[in-house]
Design a protein. Structure first.
Length: 148
């Protein structure tokens, strides 16, 4: 819910701000960042926008990492020391982004961001539906079953 709140806030802020002044040609995050201060009349607006984006990205990374750890430990029965499990799941999340950033620079990072959002939106149901099914199964969850 926290990620949804931040993402919705970012979208609503940008849409309302740019719609108000008729700026409909904004296509990149860099444009959003540079247009916010003059349009909102505050030098803090771009900084707060950046912080919101960082929070959203951090929340997504933490959620994905924790999900990976749970899948490795609980469902795949891969018993690893906690430090090794964290290293593997965080490396899977960070290494591809670092490679693209180093190899392709700024333009590659922007394309990776768009691509990752498309993939995340497509795979979300494949993560949420089994999660709801598993947590609603009394045989798997015992007394910790999720309420209907």
């Amino acid at each position: 819910m926290f990620a949804l709140l931040i993402s919705a806030s970012i979208l609503i802020l940008a849409a309302a701000t740019f719609n108000k002044v008729g700026k409909t040609d904004v296509a990149e995050l860099q444009q959003v960042h540079s247009f916010l201060a003059p349009l909102l009349g505050s030098a803090m607006a771009p900084t707060l926008f950046g912080i919101a984006l960082l929070c959203c990205g951090f929340n997504s990374a933490v959620t994905a990492t924790l999900a990976g750890q749970i899948v490795m430990d609980g469902f795949l029965k891969l018993r690893l020391p906690p430090w090794a499990r964290r290293l593997i799941t965080r490396s899977i999340a960070i290494i591809p982004a670092a490679i693209v950033t180093i190899w392709y620079g700024h333009s590659g990072t922007a394309k990776l961001l768009i691509f990752s959002q498309v993939i995340l939106s497509l795979q979300l149901s494949f993560a949420v539906v089994p999660l709801v099914m598993f947590t609603a199964d009394r045989r798997k969850m015992g007394e910790l079953i999720a309420p209907r």
